[in-house]
Design a protein around this ligand. Structure first.
Ligand code: ADP
Ligand code: MG
Ligand code: MG
Length: 253
């Protein structure tokens, strides 16, 4: 069973003014089949956690460990992490000029699976996944994220998720910028992948509304670069009612 284990993770970012510690001792274990919601105020370090797990070079790990099935994730390159089954849907997906969605997906699948998917089954796989996400087939020929609306970007992220079938899916604010219909479609994509039972999901969000569609097993409050409280789904209701202020008051950040 795939298990992601984060222990006492410390991460800094470098800028002209020096190095700033953003993550200050994150502890979290995500097992296959589980969905963990990470909720917290803006600037608390949620995206930093997501990028650090995916291996973004801007973030320097200064302490702690991350393992996937006992393998040291922090030692792996970005590509190795993807092959090991770590998937990140970014809060702000980047444009890939000159590369079509169709080619991008095939290249990603080839990298993750270790061999190119057979063309005939692949075309069918993509077509069916796009239908489930209610995407226009013409979308496959557009350049990745070029001129995509917020909703199209998020659907494209979930399309990748459905096709790549990772062991650990990190979804960073996949709900932001979605209208209610897009939120339902995107959530149903996440739930399909979840119901396959072989993925552990880290659902990062600022608002509780996506949790009406995707029921988390565990909810964690993130503030000041670490998890400050954990509970079940009822913790999200408490946050909805009370906000984050109780966690940010007096927190050095
Ligand atoms: P969240 O996703 O919870 O809103 P972030 O992880 O985006 O929080 O940001 C946490 C803090 O780290 C913020 O103060 C932000 O300005 C800072 N930060 C994040 N990434 C960088 C970066 N690449 N360079 C400089 N500062 C950064
Ligand atoms: Mg933010
Ligand atoms: Mg963020």
């Amino acid at each position: 069973m795939a298990t992601l284990e984060i222990h006492d993770l410390h991460v800094s970012v470098e800028s002209e003014t020096g190095s700033t510690e953003i993550l200050r001792g994150v502890d979290l274990t995500v097992k296959q089949g589980e969905t963990h919601a990470i909720m917290g105020p803006n600037g608390s370090g949620k995206s930093t956690l997501a990028y650090s797990l995916a291996g973004h070079p801007k973030y320097t790990v200064t302490g702690g460990t991350v393992t996937l099935d006992g393998e040291d994730v922090l030692e792996m390159s970005v590509d190795e992490r993807a092959r090991a089954g770590v998937f990140l849907a970014m809060q702000y997906p980047v444009e890939v000029p000159g590369v079509s969605v169709s080619n991008f997906l095939r290249t990603s699948a080839t990298a993750v699976r270790g061999e190119a998917p057979r063309l005939r089954t692949w075309v069918k796989e993509v077509k069916e996944a796009m239908e489930r996400l209610e995407m226009d087939p013409a979308f496959a020929e557009r350049n990745v994220n070029e001129g995509f609306s917020g909703g199209e970007k998020k659907r494209h992220e979930i399309l990748q998720l459905e096709l790549l079938r990772p062991k650990v899916a990190i979804l960073d604010e996949t709900d932001s910028g979605l209208d209610i219909d897009a939120l339902r479609i995107v959530s149903s994509g996440v739930n399909r992948v979840r119901e396959s039972g072989d993925v552990g999901t880290l659902l990062i969000t600022h608002y509780t509304r996506i949790l009406r569609y995707i029921k988390p097993d565990h909810v964690h409050v993130f503030a000041g670069g670490r998890i400050v409280e954990s509970g079940g789904a009822e913790l999200a209701d408490k946050l909805e009612a009370e906000g984050y202020e109780q966690y940010t008051k007096g927190a050095a950040s």
